[in-house]
Design a protein around this ligand. Structure first.
Ligand SMILES: [Zn+2]
Length: 415
């Protein structure tokens, strides 16, 4: 199973927006760009909401049938490991092997030695076509990269082999993710991580490094987009070189776990992809849920009341809701409006505060992050929430579809 050049990971917390999401991809296709939708949901999200991997599969299959999508599509077991992969096995065909927890764990001395020995030919000046700056590889650098990453890659290999035993070789797509860790991987580290991935026989088609800068939930990139652009381009060049020298799939591409809405990076990503004819997988999972809230709020009446209730409860339970996302949300509580104030808001005021329009002075990144991690509240509302999605389907799906098409697919790939 081969992953196409461009793919986007879309999430759908409540499984109601498959059709609207797919409509965005259909429209992009009509505009001349083929992008493969991948529905991803992590174990963490399934647990918080109380859904199962088979729900995601059912949603994807139904949307594809209903909308007449005849291209490829996938269901991603996002950020899994040996401990939780089994429940995804029958329902996913894309597996994101998360090795972040194992980075820095010491490999066996003999494994490390064998890894270093195998890479002796790379000692000296590393020539990566397209990268001008001098990269030198020393015994020390090979040792420290192996010491930091080899154990983690071997853990990914264990998970890979477990999936392979169940699903059969070649019947699923493999991503290796290292984004949920403290320090970014340099392009040189990535080159030798790919060496380890090749040696372990993991047929990774995408790799998700941690990039420099902050990728906070639902808001734009915090950092220097120019520096990101250079890092991203070097990663693209390293991958292009690595697939030539190591035994890994030729279509290996970068995966950007964006935490949603890194708009200031999109022009840079687009430019680099074009320049090097490179592929991309971009995960932007959380915005669909926020578009549901925006749709409900703009519908007014009971929809707006639900949006306000979600906010009021989120405000009261901020610490609990932020805890699973501690490293990827930065909320200044003093910038959050009081629920009593929000309760007096009109539809327009609520939408202005939440909608990701950086030109709007009423837009509030603290409120947006707060609501991004507050889907648990809506899950607890049960049918009150999901019935409202049905009642206001027209306005909600317009928000969901317009968001993916106009804020993500178009700036990245179209025209
Ligand atoms: Zn991730």
């Amino acid at each position: 199973m081969k992953l196409e050049k461009y793919s986007i990971g879309v999430g759908d917390r409540f499984g109601h927006q498959g059709n609207a999401q797919l409509q965005a991809f259909l429209t992009a296709k009509q505009l001349g760009v083929d992008v493969v939708p991948v529905w991803n949901k992590s174990n963490r999200e399934h647990t918080i909401i109380g859904t199962n991997p088979e729900d995601t599969r059912r949603e994807a299959d139904m949307a594809v049938k209903k909308m007449g999508w005849n291209g490829a599509y996938h269901v991603d077991a996002d950020h899994i490991g040996l401990g939780n992969v089994d429940k995804f096995m029958a329902h996913a065909d894309f597996f994101t092997l998360d090795v972040a927890d194992y980075i820095g764990k010491a490999p066996a001395e003999s494994d490390l030695h064998a890894f270093e020995q195998s890479l002796v030919p790379f000692k000296g000046k590393l020539n990566v076509p397209g990268i001008q700056r001098e990269i030198s590889v020393t015994e020390d650098s090979l040792h420290s990269i192996g010491a930091k990453y080899l154990y983690a890659v071997k853990e990914a290999a264990k998970t890979y082999r477990h999936i392979k035993d169940k699903k059969g070789e070649g019947n699923f797509i493999v991503e290796v993710s290292m984004d949920e860790t403290d320090t970014p991987q340099t392009p040189v580290e990535m080159f030798f991580i790919l060496a380890a991935i090749a040696q372990e026989g993991i047929p990774a088609q995408t790799i998700a490094p941690k990039f420099s800068g902050k990728f906070l939930k639902g808001i734009d990139y915090v950092g220097n987009p120019g520096a990101f652009a250079q890092e991203f381009e070097e990663d693209v060049l390293v991958i292009a070189h690595a697939v030539n020298v190591f035994d890994i799939p030729k279509n290996l591409k970068l995966s950007v776990h964006s935490g949603s809405d890194k708009f200031s990076l999109y022009p840079h990503i687009r430019q680099v992809l074009k320049k090097h004819n490179a592929g991309l997988h971009l995960k932007t999972a959380g915005t669909t849920w926020l578009e549901e809230l925006i749709g409900l709020a703009s519908a007014g009446g009971d929809g707006l009341a639900i949006a306000k209730d979600v906010y009021a409860q989120a405000f009261a339970r901020r610490e609990e809701l932020c805890k699973p996302y501690a490293t990827v949300v930065e909320i200044d509580p003093s910038k959050l409006p009081q629920p009593s104030q929000v309760n007096n808001w009109s539809s327009h005021q609520f939408v202005s505060a939440l909608e990701h329009d950086q030109k709007n002075p009423a837009f509030n990144i603290h409120l947006r992050q707060m609501l991004h991690v507050a889907f648990k509240i809506a899950a607890e509302m049960g049918s009150r929430y999901t019935s409202a999605l049905d009642t206001h389907e027209t306005v909600v799906s317009a928000s969901v579809m317009g968001n993916i098409l106009n804020r993500h697919l178009k700036p990245l790939f179209v025209g």
